[in-house]
Design a protein around this ligand. Sequence first.
Ligand SMILES: Nc1ncnc2c1ncn2[C@@H]1O[C@H](COP(=O)(O)OP(=O)(O)OP(=O)(O)O)[C@@H](O)[C@H]1O
Ligand SMILES: [Mg+2]
Length: 495
Amino acid sequence: MIIEMNSIRKSFGSNDVLKDVSLSLEGGEICALLGENGAGKSTLMNILGGVHQMDQGSITIDGKSQQFSTPAQSQEAGIAFIHQELNLINDLPIYENMFLGREIKTKRGSLDLERMFQETKEMFEKMNVDLDPKTMVRDLDSSYKQIVEICRAMMTNASIIIMDEPTTSLTDREIERVFTMMKTMKDHNVGIIFISHKLNEVLQVCDRYLVLRDGNLVAEGNVSEVTTNDLAHFMVGYNVRTESLLREKELGEEVLSVEALTYNHTFKDINFSVKAGEVVGVTGLLGDGRSELFQSIFGADDISSGKIYLNEKEVKITSTTQAINEGIAYLPRNRKENAIIGDMDIMENASIVTWPKFSKRGVIDQKKQQDTFEKQRKTLRLKMGKLTDSITSLSGGNQQKVVLAKWLASNPKLLILDNPTQGVDVGAKEDIYDIILKLADENIAIVVLSSEAHEIIRVCDRALVMYHGVIQGEVKKETMNEHNIMSLATGGQLT
Ligand SMILES: Nc1ncnc2c1ncn2[C@@H]1O[C@H](COP(=O)(O)OP(=O)(O)OP(=O)(O)O)[C@@H](O)[C@H]1O
Ligand SMILES: [Mg+2]
């Protein structure tokens, strides 16, 4: 099967997102689609997936012209789409989610739950996925939801699979599993379009690359002929700096310290502290308990025992409002589920934490609020239209920047960032690292939770590595490298 998209144009209002883009893909080929946040990658794929209509251009499959007015029509033509934002129903078990819209029925016309369960189970076995198909989707964390979506796409026997940032919230081990799945599909002559901001992954798994910038295709070729630096250059149009950001700095007083913090089986006997001006990383593999630990510190969840100190004074934080009042900011791990409010516009999303700060006797000082946001918008290089546009009209990476802006505006003394660069392009990643270091220079205590070892190494002064709810070890300066982090994260010791 060969798919060709020819001279595609698409605008949203006055925003010309795709100016004249053509691409082709054959079965058995993995092609990377790259570009900065807002470059138009998801839009191009939404056109192929029947979600959006193109303004001009044509799509052909094996030379025959096609028109997709709905996602169903695109699916019928053999195209499966794994969206950037997940699309599962929380209140159904996995195996029913696997057959949404193409349910298997018994002869009598009722749902054949047993067969759907069996087929899901077989798929999981084939793909080496350790999940009970009867688990409710709401009980899965975001990385497992992603894996379920990938398996669902594979079950439709599609000839072309579009994967829009499938690995953003996965850990290394799961990414490996997804790559193995992709290679198996490739061997079965399935063509894959792979969108990712992780350029090392692109080199590892893709055959070809296409790069979009400002609505045009600016580069394409074979992956074997380029480096990650080349790809980054094509994306942003200039050379992206990649050296480490190590710095020497006097640290201030202890802002946060915890003693023997424990919550059921999620985390146990946690002791650590963070000083003003310090950037402490916390990393580990899936199930390490790091997000749960900091959700508890932020008052979103309980603790069973242990003590929390802020500026050396013991505090009992029982709500997130109290945590915010104490000067803690927490950027959560999963943007769609925990960080953005889809019904609100950009400005409302960006200022929701700071409303109390900008209001006087119940009246919000909108000018002050907008000035603050305007500053953030510039430093974060946010690509957006009007402040009153819906947050969901922004590209994924730009939504993440709005969430970051929101927390920065609260002027925290302790800033907890969980997966801060999820879905953010290479250029903007550097912007965010710069901002983290600048905030540290302004004496904010910062905790960065991340599953990407290179990110931790890049921006943190030292890092705690967790394994099944305990701090397995700490790395700093000369011991801070991927090998040591991985060995602690898998339950080993520093050698
Ligand atoms: N439904 C929509 N309504 C209005 N504007 C939209 C809509 N969808 C996308 N856009 C705009 O189109 C542009 C391209 O967005 P798109 O989501 O395709 O970017 P992307 O390349 O996928 O970026 P990212 O890497 O951040 O996911 C952005 O400026 C975005 O604001
Ligand atoms: Mg996108």
